[in-house]
Design a protein around this ligand. Sequence first.
Ligand code: NAD
Length: 425
Amino acid sequence: MSVMVPSRTPALITPGQQALDSALHQLGQAAEELGLDDGLRTMLATPRRSLTVSVPVRREDGSLDVVQGFRVQHNVSRGPAKGGIRFHPSTDIHEVTALAMWMTWKCALVGIPYGGAKGGVSVDPTVLSTRELERLTRRYVNEILPLIGPEKDIPAPDVGTDEQTMAWIMDTYSVNAGYSVPGVVTGKPMTLGGSLGRTGATSRGVQIATLTALGRSPEGVTVAVQGFGKVGALAAQYLADAGARVVAVSDVGGAVHNSSGLDVADLRAWVTETGSVAGYRHADALAHDELLELDVDVLVPAALEGAITASNAPRVRARLIVEGANGPTTPEADEILAAQGTTIVPDILANAGGVIVSYLEWVQNMQAYSWSASEVEVRLRDLMEGAFSEVKSVAAARGLTLRQAAHVIGVGRVAEAHQMRGLYP
Ligand code: NAD
C-alpha cells in the first residue's frame, strides 16, 4: 500500500506533522476499505498545489518582521478548492496540508461541489495591533493571489481569523481585479455579501450532529466544551438553548466548571469583557486536562488538533465526542475510545456546517442574490442530517466507526471523480 505514514522520531514530531500523519492514516484505512489502487492512493495522499510564502510585516515601532505563510490546495477534482485561513504561531506546512486534506473529504461527504484547501500564517495574532494585522493579511493575500479566486480557491475564517480578516482579503483581491469580487471569500460581514446564518453555522452544525447522535431529548444531558472561540462558544450556546447542561468550558487562558450548569450567555459576555473564560465568577477553576476527563455525556473538542491522544484517552469518560475542531483525536486515541465504547462524531461530519453555509454564501454571491436566514438554516439542516444518515448506514453495513465510514464516503467520492475525469494528458 502506498499511502505511507512517514516514520518519524516521536520526540521530534511537530503538532503539524502529527496532524498530517493522522490524516494519512485515515486516508490509508479508507483506501484499503475501498480497494483503491496504489496510483490513486498516492494521488489522494499528495496535495495538488502547495505554496509557501514569506510575509514581511512593518511593526508599529518601525521594525520589520518576516513570517511564513502557506496555501495548500489538496484536491480540486470535484470543484474549486475551499478552506479556511489560520493565524497561529504553530501553523506549519504539514498542519495546513492535513487541514486541506480533511476539507477535501468533508466537502465530498456533505455533497458540495468543492475540493479542499487550507491556508495559514505562522504568527500569533493576539500580539499584533489591528493595523499590523491588516498589513499582514493584505501582504499574505498578495503573495497567494495567483492561487485564489471565486472559481479557483475560496478562503474562509479559521483559528485566529474572523470576518474582518475576510473583509481585508476581499478588498485586497478586488483592488487587484479592478472591481468588487465578493465570491472570493466566505464568512464575510453581511454588508460585503456575507450570508445570514454563516457566523454560527459551524456551531449550529455541531448542535445538529450532537442531537442526531444522542437520538433522544437533550434535556439535562451534560456537556463539556474545549475551546471557547468562534465554534466552541456558540456550540455551547446552541446546546444550552436546546436544553443540555453545559458544565465546563475552556480556552487557552483556563478552564471553568459548574456542575449545576453554566449560564453560557453570561459567560460569553464575560469573555467579551475580559478576553478569557478564566476567572468567571459563577464557576470553579479547572485544569485544562481535567476538562477532557470529566464524567459528562458529551465532550465537544473545539480548539486545536491532537487534544485527545493515547495518553489521556483511557481517562476520557464522555460517552459521546462531537468534534467541533479538526483533527482533535489521534488515531491511537481513536482505537482506545472505540474499545471503551465511546461514540465519536468525526470532524469531517460534525464541523461541516461551516463549509456548508460558506457554500451557500458563495452561491448567493455568484447569483448576486441573498436568501433569508430560514432558507439557509433549512438547507444546512438538510445537508447535515442527510450526510449523518449516510455515515450511519455505511458504518452499520460495513462494521466501521463513524469516522471510518465518513472517510469511506468522502474518499470514495473523490476517487470516483478522478476515475471519471481520467488522467491528463
Ligand atoms: P478560534 O480562534 O475562534 O477559537 C479557538 C479557541 O480555542 C479559542 O477560544 C482558544 O483560546 C482555544 N484554545 C486554543 N488552545 C487551547 C487549549 N489548549 N485548550 C483549550 N482551549 C484552547 O477558532 P475557531 O474558528 O473556533 O476554530 C476552532 C476549531 O474548529 C479549529 O480546529 C478549526 O479548524 C475548526 N473549525 C472552524 C470552523 C469555523 O467556521 N471557524 C469551521 C470548521 C472547523
